[in-house]
Write a protein that binds this ligand. Structure first.
Ligand code: NAD
Length: 394
């Protein structure tokens, strides 16, 4: 059993459905936590899942204690809380944005309870649409921005790696890549930073190949829903466990996470998937990659889409304080001009999706000549050493 700084690690997972229980199973299997609490509103479900996973522990010699509950008091003083409660995408449903309103209400009430019982926890949001839900959790919690982040980029990057490996006929271990942007149609596979065996991806894949792997990555979640009737569970569970392992072991790896931005990438007051250094304090640092022109354009369109979704969710209105949000009011975001008012936001989102498709097409056409020319940029200038997170996060 790993003890971090001599402290017992307690992980709570709110939502014991497919993804929540698979995450618990993965975390128990990795033997990185002392105690995992599974919570759900459905009576019996978390208790049954916890019992099943606990019974699995002896087969892998894991000492992880499992608790299944319907009461937040059992989550008290958790170190990390994963929010994966809410509705999932179903067959026939369009984008993840269709889950917006229902899941906002769930994430808001879950976050309030989490904050009451675990005021010092890190919060990892998984509920979709994840970037918007991370924003909701961040605003409702009142926590520092490093302590609230969203999981999707690790999953999308894993999916991208699989499709690249299949296409390039290489080992997954030989691939270095990252997906940024949003967890949806607007996700941005960053081919300009993608390497296979330390060489540019364009030495292995044609522009058409890259187009194909991009489409497969974007549609992986949808395809799983269509094939099984439910969303993916093994890969998301593994991605959650991987992030928790990195946090607990404080290994400070660069991973894509939905993070609250305050000027990074020229964006403010938004949660969007960007590369971050992940460690014991959550987001230790946001890493600013220099994207190529097309990737940058796609990323900006993604950001517009997320902003429009947030605005659609909350409606236009006066800017309210975080305290008002904590009291349970609807969340408002600053009005940033371009996409004013919820009535126009559907059109705006549709237009953004069309723009992203066009940018992507242009990117693919140009990609053969363009990708791989940029060198890997260092961690953003002026940042402190990863061992001095306080300064980075202030
Ligand atoms: N970010 C990602 O990469 C990613 C990947 C997969 C799934 N997801 C999202 O994760 C969420 C869960 O997916 P799933 O497949 O596990 O769904 P699921 O339906 O199997 O499980 C959801 C669980 O949440 C519970 N729940 C609902 N409201 C609750 C509340 N207020 N408090 C506590 N529990 C509550 C339900 O009872 C249910 O057991 C969905 O929103 C899905 O879209 C995100």
């Amino acid at each position: 059993m790993i003890r971090v700084f001599g402290v017992l690690m307690k992980i709570s997972i709110i939502g014991s459905g497919d993804v929540g229980s698979h995450a618990a199973h993965e975390i128990a299997g990795r033997q990185i936590a002392d105690e995992i609490v599974l919570l759900d509103i459905v009576d019996g479900l978390p208790q049954g899942r916890a019992l099943d996973i606990r019974n699995y522990c002896p087969t892998i010699e894991s000492e992880t204690m499992m608790i299944g509950t319907n009461s937040y008091s059992d989550t008290k003083n958790s170190d990390i809380v994963v929010i994966v409660a809410g509705n999932a995408r179903k067959a026939g449903m369009g984008s993840r944005d269709e889950l917006l309103e229902t899941n906002k209400n769930i994430v808001r009430s879950v976050t309030e309870s989490v904050v009451n019982y675990s005021p010092n926890a890190l919060i990892m949001v998984v509920t979709n649409p994840v970037d918007v839900m991370t924003y909701v959790a961040y605003k409702v919690s009142g926590f520092e921005k490093n302590r609230v982040f969203g999981m999707a980029g690790v999953l999308d990057t894993a999916r991208l790696k699989c499709f690249i490996a299949d296409k390039a006929d290489c080992s997954l271990r030989d691939i270095e890549t990252i997906v940024m942007g949003s967890h949806g149609e607007g996700m941005v596979p960053v081919f300009s930073k993608t390497k296979i065996r330390h060489r540019s991806v364009s030495e292995f894949l044609t522009g058409k190949d890259m187009e194909e792997v991009t489409t497969k990555t974007r549609q992986a979640g949808k395809n799983i829903v269509e094939l099984t009737g439910k969303s993916g569970l093994f890969a998301p569970g593994g991605a959650i466990a991987k992030m928790i392992e990195i946090i607990i072991n404080d290994t400070r790896e660069i991973l894509p996470c939905s993070a609250y931005l305050e000027g990074e990438y020229g964006l403010t007051d938004i949660c969007i998937c960007v590369p971050v250094v992940l460690g014991r304090n959550g987001i230790e640092n946001i890493v600013e990659f220099e994207l190529d022109e097309k990737e940058r354009a796609m990323f900006d369109k993604c950001a517009e889409g997320i902003k429009a979704s947030i605005r659609k969710l909350t409606g236009p209105g006066e800017d309210r304080t975080e305290n008002a949000v904590k009291m349970g009011d609807d969340i408002d975001i600053e009005d940033n001009g371009e996409l004013e008012g919820s009535s126009s936001d559907d059109e705006a989102i549709t237009k953004i999706r069309a723009d992203i498709a066009k940018i992507e097409q242009d990117l693919i056409i140009k990609s053969k000549g363009d990708v791989g020319k940029q060198s890997q940029p260092p961690i953003e200038e002026g940042s402190s050493s990863p061992r001095n997170p306080k300064k980075l996060l202030s």
